[in-house]
Design a protein around this ligand. Structure first.
Ligand SMILES: C[S@@+](CC[C@H](N)C(=O)[O-])C[C@H]1O[C@@H](n2cnc3c(N)ncnc32)[C@H](O)[C@@H]1O
Length: 413
């Protein structure tokens, strides 16, 4: 999509610069992008392209647009209106912000890049959040994964006109390649809806287009195209770092492990062995690929496909370090019941604590914004809320994005 936004803007600019007085007829499967041409359609015909809905748009290119284009561009460039400038202006136009708002958005991205620069240099991290709805009218989360960009559009509230929201998205996508110096083909755009249960984990595409990123000592596979999530939740980076630091010589259990990025950190931190449990075959095979990428021995680092509730009820092994980061809500058919983290966490925590060695630690986290830990757990166990220490500079703006607790047996404290 970012490629198309830029393409339509370029087409409009070229048409205005080179064909004043002509009529432009465009047959398109993306009529919404027609606005990016900067030309008004005086006629539209709804047609089909095979099974696809399409439109034929007819647009008059005013006789004076060549002059207007050069004048506008000259304004932007504070330069002359010579013919050379005109050609150059048409060349540059899509890279410029199409509105003042878009320019402000581009400026904010630059400001954030500047703010994070020192930390990125020191930490060496290549995957980070650059922007998180800092400007309410651009309700996007923008994450950098090495040399690629992952853009998630938050669902606009009902009060926002959908056409306006779409224009804002296109404005943002138009300035992104130039501002971040990334080719448009490396920008991946998704709409982040409030997910009901399993749809969050369902496939959107089947490109299999994955690539390797580095996070601290860990090498991890990431896929920005095929699923809503990427394989690596960036907000939990400090928690993975902590697990790596705590893991030396420990038996490690990772519940709801997803792609087991946390297990990789624990193993590289010296965990003697590990078990990672998830009910998705897709993510467990991704986890095993992550293990292979880091040269982990599969006989010491095992994955188990099961419903974590069921597995915990029958498991008998004890672990020194447990990480449990369940989803906020889940209703997959593979589970015997739904999971609602606020409702179910006391049971889950007790089940996990039953698997914990007397001197061990459970790291329990979740992404329920308004989460409150059940007070009876604090009576039974020693509990430390470390949430405030688990946000790197790229997530400082969203201090309620996740909650993290350390739990220990009382007698050990
Ligand atoms: C939010 S992710 C967990 C993130 C992960 N802990 C991490 O550090 O990246 C949710 C994962 O939980 C898994 N899941 C959901 N319900 C489950 C259940 N009842 N038992 C096992 N896995 C479950 C999903 O398959 C998915 O991989």
């Amino acid at each position: 999509m970012p490629e198309l936004v830029g393409l339509y803007a370029t087409l409009g600019e070229k048409a205005k610069a080179l064909f004043p007085g002509w009529t432009l007829a465009m047959f398109t499967g993306n009529p919404d992008l027609g606005h990016r041409l900067g030309l008004r359609a005086h006629k539209q015909y709804a047609l089909k392209n095979g099974p696809l809905d399409a439109k034929l748009l007819l647009m008059e290119i005013g006789a004076d647009t060549a002059y207007k284009t050069s004048a506008q561009s000259a304004d932007n460039h504070a330069a002359s209106t010579s013919n050379d400038t005109l050609a150059q202006a048409a060349e540059d136009a899509p890279q410029q912000a199409s509105s003042d708002n878009a320019q402000m958005f581009a400026n904010r991205l630059k400001k954030n890049q500047k703010r994070l620069k020192k930390w990125l240099k020191q930490s060496g991290e290549s995957c980070y959040r650059l922007y998180d709805a800092d400007m309410p009218e651009f309700a996007l989360a923008i994450d950098i994964y090495a040399d690629r960009v992952h853009v998630q559009e938050y669902m606009p509230p009902r009060s926002v006109n959908p056409a306006q929201a779409q224009k804002r998205l296109f404005d943002a996508l138009e300035v992104l390649p130039h501002t971040l110096e990334v080719d448009a083909s490396r920008i991946y755009v998704k709409q982040r809806e409030r997910q009901a249960g399993k749809s969050q984990y369902q496939k959107r595409d089947a490109s299999g287009e994955r690539f390797e990123v580095q996070e601290g000592p860990a090498r991890l596979w990431v896929n920005l195209r095929d699923y809503l999530d990427t394989g690596l939740f960036l907000d939990h980076r400090p928690v993975r770092r902590l697990l790596g630091e705590m893991a030396q010589g420990k038996r490690f259990l990772n519940l709801f492990c997803y792609t087991a990025s946390a297990t990789v950190h624990a193993a590289l931190g010296g965990a003697s062995d590990s078990v990672s449990v998830d009910m998705s075959n897709t993510y467990l095979s991704w986890a095993q690929d992550n293990f292979a990428l880091n040269g982990l021995d599969p006989s010491r680092h095992r994955v188990i496909r099961d419903d974590c509730f069921k597995w915990l009820e029958t498991a008998s092994t004890q672990f020194d370090l447990i990480f449990m980061d369940p989803p906020t809500f889940s209703n997959s058919k593979k589970m015997r019941d739904t999971l609602d983290i606020q409702r179910d966490h006391p049971q889950l925590v007790r089940l996990a604590m039953a698997r914990l060695m007397p001197e061990g630690t459970l790291v329990f986290s979740n992404n329920q914004r308004r989460f409150e830990l059940d007070s009876t757990l604090c009576e039974e166990f020693t509990v430390e809320d470390i949430s405030a220490k688990t946000f790197d500079p790229d997530f400082q703006r969203r201090q309620n994005l996740h909650h993290v607790f350390l739990l220990r047996h009382k007698e050990a404290a």
